[in-house]
Design a binder for this molecule. Structure first.
Ligand SMILES: Nc1nc2c(c(=O)[nH]1)N[C@H]1C(S)=C(S)[C@@H](COP(=O)(O)O)O[C@H]1N2
Ligand SMILES: [Mo]
Length: 542
């Protein structure tokens, strides 16, 4: 400290500015760490970053969200969280620098961010009210107080104060020369705060992680009974062995995931309940997981598709689901489909995270295998895919049918209620469009001239695929070989042995469903009811 040179204003000023920025960063870190710890006392979803991220997802214009899903895929959530943290870091540093001159205003700025987090947390569809605001507010309070204290260490002592401080033995301030700031005091306070925050953050993380342990244990204990109605054996030849083609059954860890949950809901199956109620429900019920497992279980292969899947995109998968028949359950509750005089034409499924999805009652009850699924490819549903129970309805896009972490089914009308995605510009009704995809060769592949296997999948759930054709450049449509059909609710693999000649070529595929409709050439985007058009791949044959 003896080398402090009050005449070297330039470097000292810059150092002080840097220290201010650091104070802001430490205060921001402390705010988030304390909020994390506080969220462990409320629930992980109430943490400010998750809350603001969730609010951002709820409010992102459909076109932007669609773009994000396309470009970042399932990583869109990570990108969003990192983006929020980056924005917070910039503001924290700026507030720290501002606090050098305006100490109270700097601290107030931190509180303001807490208010933003609190508003976001209480405004989420699954909010539990004021409790969700607590982590943001407590964290911001801690961050603001810390910034105020650190900014105090950064205050320049004027000559008079320096003399006064000099008489104040025992605080350490006495060693600070007049006109300078308390460097040692700042470093000590900032490092102590950073370490304490790291401790709080790590503890909060650990507690939040542990909060799902009961759910994990309940999943580990689930023993799926043998289905009373097993899936028909996959016909031989449903899944030909062609390098590069999607496997007929998509493994769980490769199954696409699309949802708005920044924190995967961890639901304890033993505490889980499903309520069925609403218009025309003569006998409302509340069911437990054990109640469901006591019913006859059916096992079916069903291909699930996301409306956000672009032509040629990855958001489609085929799994062997186990579940109970939703239509039978509804019928027991006294529900009748509109065609038999029922007053409700929309079934609104609600999840534990506040998501709402609306399905047409008519389709759910028309005899197709609409399931309340409990198992996926032989195991209880993975948490990411909706444990303990989700809906699966063949033939409908996921956003109008496949509610994960379901806890409530309400019968209503399309006129009376718009669920989550419909409020954001997506269609009320959305049957899956007939589509096909080239899995191999990959775009811009450079296969050798001669025999090249072109192969992929085609789907038109609940109608079935009858024909797939491939076209090379502007040539004629040529029939591809179709794998044996499992059911009309599953995709079909197809292959086309191509005698490839040197040069650049465009391969295009089209499917025809069992209603005779040929997959349209007309290109549309994913909004509002699913992309249409034909997938093509450009390759260079060497
Ligand atoms: N609770 C909840 N369920 C949901 C969603 C969601 O965001 N939240 N997304 C839906 C959409 S858009 C699709 S395509 C499917 C995807 O299911 P998967 O993630 O298991 O593939 O889940 C549906 N169920
Ligand atoms: Mo979706």
């Amino acid at each position: 400290m003896t080398d402090d040179d009050t005449t070297a204003h330039e470097p000292a000023g810059r150092l002080r500015l840097l220290a201010g920025a650091l104070a802001g960063a430490v205060a921001g870190f402390a705010a988030l760490a304390v909020a994390e710890l506080a969220s462990a006392a409320v629930r992980p979803e109430a943490g400010p970053v998750i809350a603001v991220g969730g609010a951002a997802i709820d409010r992102t214009p459909t076109a932007v969200k669609d773009w994000a899903v396309r470009h970042f895929g399932t990583d869109d959530k990570l990108v969003l969280e990192l983006g929020i943290l980056a924005v917070l870091a910039v503001f924290a540093v700026a507030l720290g620098a501002a606090a050098l001159r305006f100490r109270r205003a700097g601290a107030a700025g931190v509180v303001l961010f807490g208010v933003v987090g609190a508003v976001a947390a209480t405004g989420r569809p699954d909010s539990r009210g004021f409790a969700d605001a607590v982590p943001s507010l407590v964290g911001a309070g801690a961050g603001a107080a810390l910034l105020y204290v650190l900014a105090g260490r950064l205050a320049r002592r004027d000559r008079a104060a320096g003399v006064r401080d000099g008489s104040d033995a025992g605080t350490g301030a006495g060693r600070v020369p007049a006109g300078d700031w308390d460097r040692r005091g700042f470093v000590v306070a900032a490092s102590a705060a950073a370490m304490a925050s790291a401790g709080a953050g790590v503890l909060g993380r650990a507690l939040n992680g542990a909060s799902g342990r009961g759910a994990v244990a309940s999943r580990d204990r689930v023993v799926l009974p043998a289905p009373g109605s097993p899936a028909s054996a996959v016909p031989r030849g449903a899944g030909p062995r062609i390098a590069g083609i999607s496997p007929f059954i998509t493994p769980n860890d490769a199954f696409y995931r699309v949802d708005t949950a920044l924190v995967v809901p961890k639901v304890d199956a033993t505490a889980w309940r499903l309520r069925i109620h609403g218009e025309g429900v003569a006998r409302p019920v509340t069911l437990s997981f054990a109640d469901l497992l006591r019913r006859e279980l059916v096992e079916r292969d069903i291909t699930l598709t996301c409306v956000s899947n672009e032509v040629g995109g990855p958001y489609v998968g085929n799994a062997r689901w186990i579940g109970v028949r939703l239509a039978a359950l509804l019928a027991e509750c006294g529900v009748r489909p509109p065609s038999r005089g029922g007053p409700a034409d929309q079934l609104v499924a609600r999840s534990v995270d506040g998501m709402t999805l609306g399905s047409p009652v008519e389709e759910v009850m028309d005899g197709r295998d609409a399931l309340l699924a409990v198992g996926m490819n032989g195991v209880p549903l993975p948490f990411e895919h909706g444990f303990p129970v989700r809906m699966v309805v063949p033939g409908l896009y996921g956003f109008v049918s496949a509610c994960k972490w379901i806890e409530d089914i309400e019968l209503t009308t399309f006129d009376a209620y718009d669920p989550y995605w419909v409020k954001r510009g997506w269609a009320r009704r959305a049957p899956v469009k007939t589509q096909s995809r080239i899995d191999t060769p990959k775009p811009f592949a450079r296969p050798k001239a001669g025999s090249v296997m072109v192969a992929g999948v085609a789907w038109a759930q609940h109608r079935g695929i009858d024909r797939v054709e491939v076209r090379v450049d502007d040539g004629p449509w040529q029939q591809a070989r179709l794998a044996a059909e499992d059911s009309r609710d599953t995709w079909r693999q197809w292959s086309f042995p191509w005698q490839a000649t040197r040069g650049g070529h465009t391969l295009t595929v089209r499917a025809t469903d069992r209603t005779g409709r040929v997959q349209t050439e007309e290109r549309t985007g994913t909004v509002p009811d699913g992309a249409s058009g034909r997938h093509s791949v450009v390759v260079t044959v060497e």
